[in-house]
Design a binder for this molecule. Structure first.
Ligand code: NDP
Ligand code: GDR
Length: 326
């Protein structure tokens, strides 16, 4: 029997790679798309991967419970991946209520839709390493206490605990993946890796001369989205639902990540990088470093793409895009 998956956030980075992964596994893939005045371009990431016609799209919104119930009733999914969110940390200070409605309460809406319309389905929640925030431990595992540092992280913490609560209250097969930063050529240009690689490509082609960044001393544990969507799927193949950290176990400063991009393009970083206070955050997460020992042991998961390989892939993709545009 063909398995059916429903993916919220299907138009985002992870939604696109997860859809591709599930299609390759023989799934029928359905995705939630919210209403937009840019009808026809919202699936640009699916197009980039060559799968746009293969994913069934449904109009629904995370803040509209009835639209989610209807979608779950229509699709009757075996697996639901809740990837939709207001996912940009910096925006969450400017749109804290929207962030709470979508990224926090939206999770309850998806869980309720599943509980009412497909209680036997398996559920994945996209939790985040941002929940650790002001951490006290050198490496963060499933046992590390949380201390969120942004409205986004506070909202994600709610989403994480409501998933645990629905699992314990209603016996739902609901798992939460605490994923550390993961990137790709499909990353939004507002996030630091893609901002760096797209600007480096523009500098290389003479379109601009400066890269303006905020806190380049921040350290992140960066992996590739293609590796991380595999971990999401593996979680839902387990007999029992659970929570897992997904990370590479290597942390790098924004500065050093930047240097990989400039070096790959044959450019001198010191001639182009400008520190701009406008990009500092009201509260920062200084360092993240994940211990994914449980995922490696129980799921048999490990990352295959290094930061170096990923940043070079992203610079090359941005160079190709810019050349195409002209
Ligand atoms: P993106 O920002 O690329 O994608 C977010 C998706 O959510 C988009 O498809 C967006 O739709 C959709 N969305 C936003 N608001 C709504 C809404 N009200 N109703 C329905 N859909 C909505 O995020 P990523 O793919 O990078 O991340 C996927 C998930 O994983 C997110 O929940 C994120 O917070 C979480 N996460 C990401 C990590 C990372 O490093 N990438 C790490 C840890 C967690 P639209 O296209 O219309 O904007
Ligand atoms: P993050 O990702 O906040 O970790 O959240 P982002 O790439 O935005 O920032 C990473 C670090 O870089 C520093 N930084 C800058 N960031 C951006 N975006 N722009 C800049 O100019 C800049 N200069 C320095 C930031 O201060 C920060 O320390 C991502 C999102 O995908 C979340 O949804 C997800 O939950 C977490 O990763 C894990």
């Amino acid at each position: 029997m063909t398995k059916r998956a429903l993916v919220t956030g299907v138009t985002g980075q992870d939604g696109a790679y997860l859809s591709q992964f599930l299609l390759e596994k023989g799934y029928e893939v359905h995705g939630v798309v919210r209403r937009s005045s840019h009808r026809g371009v919202e699936d640009h990431r699916l197009r980039w991967l060559g799968i746009s016609g293969k994913v069934h799209l449904h109009d629904a919104d995370l803040i509209d419970l009835s639209s989610l119930i209807r979608t779950v009733e229509d699709v009757r999914p075996d697996e639901i991946y809740n990837l939709a969110a207001q996912s940009y940390v910096a925006s969450s200070w400017r749109q804290p209520v929207l962030t709470a409605n979508v990224t926090a309460v939206g999770v309850t809406n998806v869980l309720e839709a599943m509980r009412l319309a497909a209680p036997g389905a398996r559920f994945y929640q996209a939790s985040s390493s941002e929940m650790y925030g002001l951490i006290q431990e050198p490496m963060q595992s499933e046992k590390t206490p949380f201390y969120p540092r942004s409205p986004y992280a506070v909202a994600k913490l709610y989403g994480h605990w409501i998933t645990v609560n629905y699992r314990e209250s209603f016996g739902l097969h609901a798992s939460s993946g605490i994923l550390f930063n993961h990137e790709s050529p499909l990353r939004g240009v507002e996030f630091v890796t893609r901002k760096v690689t797209s600007t480096v490509a523009a500098i290389k082609l003479g379109r601009t001369s400066e890269l303006r960044l905020g806190n380049i001393d921040a350290k992140r544990d960066w992996g590739h989205a293609r590796d991380y969507v595999r971990a999401m799927w593996l979680m839902l193949q387990q007999e029992k639902p659970d929570d897992y950290v997904v990370a590479t176990g290597v942390t790098t400063t924004v500065r050093d990540m930047c240097r990989i991009a400039f070096d790959h393009a044959g450019l001198d970083m010191d001639k182009h990088l400008v520190i701009d206070p406008a990009f500092f955050r009201p509260a920062e997460v200084d360092v993240l470093l994940g211990d994914s020992g449980k995922a490696r042991k129980v799921l048999g998961w490990k990352p295959e793409i290094t930061l170096d390989q990923m940043i070079r892939e992203m610079v090359d993709a941005d160079l190709a895009r810019l050349k195409n545009e002209s």
